[in-house]
Design a protein around this ligand. Sequence first.
Ligand code: NAP
Length: 457
Amino acid sequence: MRDYFIEICYLAASVLFILGLRGLSHPESARRGMQLAEFGMLMAIIGTLMKREIIGFEWIIAGLFLGSTIGLAIGLWVPMTAMPQRTAFSHACGALAASLVGVAEYSLHGAHLTGFKMGAISFEVLLGSLTTTGSLIAFAKLEGMIRGAPITYKGQNVFNLSLLAVTIGCFVALLLNPGLAPLFYLMLALAFAFGILLVLPIGAADMPVVIALLNSYAGLAAAATGFAIGNNVLIIAGTLDGGSGFILSILMCKAMNRSITNVLFGAFGSVIEGGPATAAGEMREVNGEDVAVQMAYARQVVIVPGYGMATAQAQHALRELANALEERGVSVKFAIHPVAGRMPGHMNVLLAEANVPYSQLYELEQINPEFPLTDVALVVGANDVVNPDARDNPGSPIAGMPILEVDRAKSVVVLKRGQGRGFSGLENPLFFKANCGMLYGDAKETLTQLVQAARKA
Ligand code: NAP
């Protein structure tokens, strides 16, 4: 009866995980998807707590209390802008847990393991350990605790690949003879070291792709744990996590027009000095009151948010501006680039937090044909995602990256603090075009002034 109940809990958890993941595929259903997945996790925990193998609950209760307290604190106090590093930290914890289960299984059964179980445990420990340290380095880079720029040295890729080859050598030797305990612990240590070395040469701005990939590794480590300890829900949840994380990394690379090998081994940092930009002429500075009047009397305004909106936390002021314009009968649309900001869905999350209705958000393919009919394109802290060089200059390092074609609007206004470049470090010819005006200042302050001026206009 008890076993039957456990299997029902696991089945329900698996179905809820799949439905939750499906819900996450659309911003409108994402919240519900999260709730379904949370409920699924509760079912998985209940099922596991019913296991006969549990001989005492003291440590489990202590862990539950500690984990819930930390989780609650993180949920309440970590700001939305710190979400990438928060995610990296969570992956490190999950992967460490998988790795420790593998070490515990090996120390319990060691030489008596079958080849299959040894393979599953080695896979789990290898991926779990490299994901733990890799995610911690990603966290430290994004948090500014270590230098965000790529940390490189001569022969780095060769050294890293040699280290990986030795680690895989240990893996194969253990498959042939599970009793070789020193090799198991050597593999563990090498995997921890490999995680650090893998992520150090990657620039901070590429971390979201790396985090999605590490997420996938953590999922695969969990799936291997499932095989090692004979737990079906771990196999299903781990595989879902592994697959979705991998697809997400590929999609992000595609939207940035980069290959995954370039992200991992290209040491392409956050700054590329002086790409062959086609920028020429002078930037034209405009004043806030004129911009407010221009927008207040426009038929259509398209707002393009970017990383600068996130750093300025300007989403609420932006929503107020959209309200003020709509009250005057202006049609306001938000154009969302898939890699605007620094993590997938960054803009969607922030705009949802400011209660911008989902119906007002337009994807790249939907909005691009509308720019020629748009009176004002308001670029709020975005740079690379509106860089026309990606479309017009085949020699540009970002050539081929799909962009929001704001330069085709009748008028463009760019809100930024100064001459700062975007993630790619490239100059943006948009800022030098005749139809483009620059409104300098922190986006939140500028938008607050624009709201007041638009209401008076
Ligand atoms: P961006 O190209 O990084 O440009 C952001 C701009 O915001 C900067 O030019 C900066 O200029 C301005 N800014 C910064 N703080 C500001 C503030 N407080 N107020 C006003 N402006 C501010 O941003 P993006 O156009 O969103 O492009 C995202 C980039 O990140 C792309 O290159 C993408 O490939 C990359 N990326 C994205 C992801 C993802 O998942 N979303 C992942 C990895 C990489 P000033 O310094 O002059 O103010």
